[in-house]
Design a protein around this ligand. Structure first.
Ligand code: PLP
Length: 401
C-alpha cells in the first residue's frame, strides 16, 4: 500500500485563517514554535522585541503578549516578560543585572530559594551577596557599597509576615543609585502599587523592577507555575529581555490561557482570602498555645505601621509561633492532625495549606522581634472560615497529647 502522501501534505497545509469577526471576550490561545514569514526580507526585518511582530514562539505569541499586557496593568508597569516560575523570575533579574565582581543585598526574610541561588550559581560566578535586616533601614544603608548593583525587597516576608519600611528602603536605594527589585508576590499588585508607592502624593516613588510568582494569586488554581518580571524602565527591560532570550525562558500557551482566565476574578479572590485570614488571625490571638501571631494588620505584628501606611489589603497568609514548651514533635503532630489544612508549599489557591518552619535555621541575623519557638505558616484558601477554625481547634488538642 502506497503512503497517502497527498493527504499528509494537505492535512499540514490545510487552509486556515483566524476568524476576523469572532469577537469573543476571551483571548484566543495561540500555540506555536514556528511562525511563518511571507518573504526573506520580512524574516530579516521583523522585530519582536517591541512586540510589533512575531518571529518565533519562544519570543512571544498573541496569547503571551496579551498576558504580559495584563500583568503590566495589574502592577502599573510598562514592560513585562513571562517566565516558567516565580523562581525563574528572580533568577532572570539577577542574571540580567549582575556580573563578576558585583554585589547583591538580600533581606534576611527573603524567599528562601533566592538565598540558595545567591549561595550557589551567583557565588560561583563571582557575585557576592550580603544579607540585611529588612526591619532596620540603617542596616541596609550601612551595607550598600560601590559594588552593590541590586537590592532585593520583599513586603511582607512570606513566612514571618514582617512588613518593612518599604518607602524608606526604596528612597535609600534611589539616593545611592542602586537598582531595587521587589518580590511582589504577596502584594500581587492589589495591596499597593509597586511602581507608584505614594499615588497622588506628588513624590514619584517606586521600585525599579517587580517580580511576581503568578503561580499564586494570578493563577489562583494551584495548577500553574509561572512568573513575571515587570518594570517601567526601558533600559532595564532591555537587559532583562536579552537575558530572558539567551536563557530560552518561554511559557506554554495553555498555562498563559489559565492565568488569563483567572485574572478577572483575582481581586475578588484576594479580598476573600484576606477577609477569611483576618477572621482566623483574630481567633488565633486568643489561643494560649500561640505566643505570637504574625499578620501585618495586627497592631503588634512586626512592621504593622508600615503596612498600614502603604496598604489597603493583605494576602491570605499568617503565621503563629508555638510556645517553646511544646517540642518539635508535638508541633509536627499538630500539623499532621489538621484535616482541612493540607501539608504543602505554595499559596493563593482554593485549598488551605500549612507548613512548619524552623525559623532559627533560616535567619543569619537573629530573630529580631520574633518569638522563640516553632513557626507554623497558614495559607488560607476559600473554604468556610468556621470550618477552618474548627480544624485548627481540634488539631490544637494534639499539642497537649
Ligand atoms: C512562591 C514564591 C516564589 C516562587 O514562585 P514559584 O512559581 O513557586 O517558583 C517567589 N517568591 C515568593 C514570595 C513566593 O511565595
Amino acid at each position: 500500500m502506497s503512503a497517502p502522501t497527498a493527504q499528509l501534505t494537505q492535512l499540514i497545509h490545510h487552509p486556515y485563517t483566524p476568524p476576523a469577526e469572532f469577537l469573543a471576550p476571551q483571548p484566543g490561545v495561540f500555540k506555536a514554535s514556528t511562525v511563518i514569514f511571507p518573504s526573506v526580507a520580512a524574516m530579516r526585518a521583523r522585530e519582536w522585541k517591541d512586540k510589533s511582530a512575531y518571529t518565533y514562539g519562544l519570543h512571544g505569541t498573541p496569547t503571551t503578549f496579551t498576558l504580559e499586557e495584563r500583568i503590566c496593568s495589574l502592577e502599573g508597569a510598562l514592560h513585562c516578560v513571562l517566565v516558567p516560575s516565580g523562581l525563574a523570575a528572580i533568577a532572570n533579574v539577577a542574571l540580567a543585572l549582575l556580573g563578576s565582581g558585583d554585589s547583591m543585598l538580600l533581606p534576611d526574610n527573603v524567599y528562601g530559594p533566592n538565598k540558595a541561588l545567591a549561595a550557589g550559581e551567583l557565588a560561583r560566578w563571582g557575585i557576592s551577596t550580603q544579607v540585611y535586616n529588612p526591619m532596620d533601614p540603617t542596616d541596609l544603608a550601612r551595607k550598600i557599597t560601590d559594588r552593590t548593583r541590586l537590592v532585593w525587597l520583599e513586603a511582607a516576608g512570606s513566612v514571618t509576615l514582617e512588613f518593612p519600611d518599604l518607602l524608606t528602603l526604596v528612597r535609600l536605594c534611589r539616593s545611592r543609585g542602586v537598582v531595587c527589585a521587589l518580590d511582589n508576590t504577596w502584594g500581587a499588585g492589589l495591596a499597593f502599587n509597586p511602581f507608584d508607592l505614594l499615588p497622588g502624593a506628588g513624590e514619584a516613588l517606586g521600585v525599579d523592577v517587580s517580580v511576581h510568582a503568578l503561580t499564586k494569586y494570578p493563577s489562583g488554581g494551584g495548577d500553574v507555575l509561572m512568573g513575571s518580571v515587570t518594570t517601567r524602565d526601558p533600559a532595564l527591560h532591555r537587559k532583562i529581555q536579552r537575558t530572558h532570550m539567551h536563557l530560552g525562558l518561554g511559557v506554554a500557551a495553555n498555562d498563559a490561557e489559565l492565568v488569563l482566565r483567572s485574572l478577572p476574578s483575582m481581586a475578588l479572590r484576594y479580598h476573600a482570602h484576606d477577609a477569611a485570614t483576618r477572621a482566623l488571625v483574630q481567633w488565633a490571638t486568643q489561643q494560649p498555645e500561640f505566643v505570637q501571631v504574625l499578620h501585618p494588620a495586627l497592631a503588634d505584628s512586626p512592621g504593622h505601621a508600615h503596612w498600614q501606611a502603604l496598604c489597603s489589603a493583605a494576602a491570605g497568609l499568617f503565621s503563629v509561633v508555638v510556645d517553646a514548651r511544646y517540642s518539635t514533635a508535638q508541633v509536627d503532630a499538630f500539623c499532621d492532625a489538621l484535616r482541612l489544612f493540607q501539608l504543602g508549599y505554595s499559596w493563593g489557591g482554593p485549598m488551605s495549606l500549612v507548613v512548619p518552619y524552623d525559623l532559627a535555621g533560616m535567619r543569619t541575623g537573629g530573630l529580631g522581634s520574633l518569638a522563640c519557638g516553632t513557626l507554623v505558616r497558614f495559607s488560607i484558601g476559600l473554604e468556610a472560615v468556621a470550618d477552618l477554625q474548627a480544624d485548627v481547634a481540634q488539631a490544637l488538642l494534639q499539642l497537649e497529647a
